[in-house]
Design a protein around this ligand. Sequence first.
Ligand code: ADP
Ligand code: MG
Length: 485
Amino acid sequence: MSLGTSENNYELVSGLEIHVQLNTNTKIFSADSASFGALPNQNISTVSLALPGALPKLNKEVVAKAIRIGLALNCTINQINHFDRKNYFYADLPKGYQITQDNQPICINGFLEVELADGSAKRIGINRIHLEEDAGKSIHDQDDNYSLVDLNRAGVPLIEIVTEPDIRSAEEASALLAEIRKLVRHLNVSDGNMEEGSLRCDANISIRPMGSTEFGTRCEVKNLNSMRNVRRAMDFEFGRQVDVISNGGRIIQSTLNFDADKGTTSPMRTKEEANDYRYFADPDLQPVFISNDWLTEIKAAMPALPNEISKKMMSEFGISKADAALFAEDLELLNYFNQALPIVNTKKTLINWLIGPIRAVLSEKSISISEYNVKPEQLAIAINLVDNKKITQKIAIQQLLPAVEKHENVDVAGLAQSLNLIISENGDELDRFVDEVLSKYPQQVEAYKKGKKGVLGLFVGDVMKLAKGKADAKRLNDLILEKLK
Ligand code: ADP
Ligand code: MG
């Protein structure tokens, strides 16, 4: 096969190393706070400072969270695993080594299925997930003469998810990242915030002639902190490697930086070998033993995963994929829904309210459903009032629910009564209103009879005004039509 120079003759091959900062209260090996945004060097103790003799102690919650994400990614959990020291010198790494996992990571051999824009599914293998601590932060731009070191981040728990080189396009890479972000949030493992660095990734990228089954030499682009930059870095790097190879050059395995302003990659260092780090098992920490009982307990406590929830909602309630995703990706909404469900007359109506008017109210207030002062049981009762034609939907949304919000634990039906929102069952009154309106508009009534059906809206609107909105629109409509005959 002769190699053309066009990008069409090459295939991109990529594997990602995704770092996820776990949202535990404390650090991985000490009781120091792991929170973000404290003043420099507030969240430190002897362990974070690496004072001589200070010993690390493993945070159990970190292990539990790693297991949860491992299970969601279909991994085998290594019930015996251990920590290693990765030795290197850096000013913000006072121990002179990072505690990580090398050859016995906590999770191995998983996969994740992602959906692409054309509707097809792509399975991407997960090689391993390992636990490690973050390093501190060097600050070079606050003092003219010195670099400053902030150790708040030193020891904050991370997991690194390493995929197999199964990724074949920038689209697949960003779909994978989006799916992982969704999962870590869903499982309450991490806030998944890419802007704040809770989720960042290194992309290993190589190319090979289309149709080839061998892998080319890869370059690793470091620290991509947004979905967009992952795509840009991949597109750029793919083009660069095609250029090099089609001009007779060869790719040198190396570590690259991505310049987000220019959209280009540039060499950072040639790739170090694993043995440069002199990995060895950390003698300060015992191996981790995960008992069958504990693993069973964690499995039992796992919530249904977003895709499962989506499928169930679609088949059970016949709603669209996009609507189902609203529930699958928002556990609070799903909880709220499940609490209201046993009370409503019709389930589908509840769904329509939640994805329609209630969502609009929440977005107007910029709050999440858990901050909404109408309890699921209360909303269900309001919906039933509308369903039973006791109040109109408009009045429920514009008057009743706002009033419910202001009174904690209020009896919704009673409140509708006392606010005088119940639809008038007084047929005579409505009858009178219709007569009044029709006699007000003799010309329009004439026009209607000659076929100008559009004026009906005018009559309905006016009668509704007289009834102060407390009329069932359908009934009102029928009544007017009757009179116009
Ligand atoms: P190392 O131990 O040197 O970091 P790994 O074998 O652990 O290397 O792989 C690191 C990452 O690089 C993985 O995500 C893997 O999928 C990816 N990778 C490996 N070979 C290639 C290749 N030829 N092209 C693109 N990505 C690759
Ligand atoms: Mg690596």
